[in-house]
Design a binder for this molecule. Structure first.
Ligand code: COA
Length: 262
């Protein structure tokens, strides 16, 4: 069993995935990529997990791709490299589309793919120590697989600057450009992320899943009759859903809805 990644599911439904490779600054190689993907897929299927916190041990949140592994891969052919890169692409996709809320607790620096992980989470809390950088071009690489998520999050103007400069930027800058949602002292980042995760438990699980999909469906689309119709259909479907019915009834009956367990 790996020690590079730990999973803990608390009795309240908050699952914590912790990157645990501090001696390599939580850089991810092919093994960790597969483990993280499989752990996320398992949490997606597990009804005991209702919210997922992504955290890390050690000084850094994640130094991105393991450069030793990348160097080894470079000696293989293009086909092997493509198959390998697709695994990282799958990890980003699985995290981005997880049907449960994802909350990142960023206690230290995040580089390259580490920034990609943050761009795929719903809520991101960071410590003042959490410097960020998209360093790929310094290494003769490009932030390719993570680019759809990062560009979507920070927009093409900031992406052009930070992809090309490869400069380190502060969590305050990350906050300003939308990559981080809140900054807290280092020892408070994980408690804050877990406190938010617990607060999310009072929201309807299917509603949060649908709300997350809704953002993906409407983002960057022109507002037109077709989109308005799509949104009308989405709320109509949600109102008649079991969760919509239960939520409205519970409110009118002045009681907690049935998905609130305590
Ligand atoms: N892949 C593999 N190993 C890495 C790594 C990575 N992405 N980042 C750090 N490490 C390793 C170092 O090689 C070093 O190994 P060693 O002890 O065998 O020499 C160990 O982690 C400690 O790193 P070190 O550089 O000595 O620590 P530091 O505190 O001075 O700096 C970082 C930490 C993360 C700032 C620095 O290592 C760094 O810039 N790493 C590259 C990050 C990056 O550009 N990632 C994007 C990849 S696309």
């Amino acid at each position: 069993m790996s020690t590079s990644l730990t999973t803990h599911i608390a009795s309240n439904g908050v699952a914590t995935l912790t990157l645990n490779r501090p001696e390599r600054h939580n850089a991810f190689d092919d093994g960790l990529i597969v483990e993280l993907t499989e752990a996320l897929q398992a949490l997606a299927e597990n009804p005991a997990a209702r919210v997922v916190v992504l955290a890390a041990t050690g000084k850094s949140f994640s130094a991105g791709a393991d450069l030793g592994w990348m160097k080894r891969m470079a000696s293989y052919g293009e086909a092997e490299n493509l198959a390998d890169a697709r695994k990282l692409a799958q990890l980003m996709h699985v995290l981005d589309t997880l049907p449960k809320p994802t909350v990142a607790a960023v206690q230290g620096p995040a580089y390259g793919g580490g920034v990609g992980l943050l761009a795929c989470c719903d809520m991101v809390f960071a410590a003042p120590e959490a410097m960020l950088a998209l360093t790929e071009v310094k290494l003769g690489l490009i932030p390719a697989v993570i680019s759809p998520y990062v560009v979507r999050k920070i927009g093409s103007s900031h992406a052009r600057r930070y992809f090309l400069s490869a400069e380190r930027f502060t969590p305050e800058t990350a906050l300003r450009i939308g990559l981080v949602h809140e900054i807290a002292p280092q020892d408070e980042v994980s408690p804050l992320a877990h406190s938010w995760a617990a607060q999310l438990l009072i929201n309807g699980p299917a509603s949060m899943q649908a709300a997350k999909q809704l953002v993906a469906e409407v983002a960057d689309r022109p507002i037109c009759g077709e989109l308005n119709e799509h949104c009308a259909q989405r709320i109509a479907r949600q109102r008649v859903s079991p969760e919509g019915q239960e939520g409205l009834t519970a409110f009118l009956e002045k009681r907690p809805p049935n998905w609130v367990t305590q």
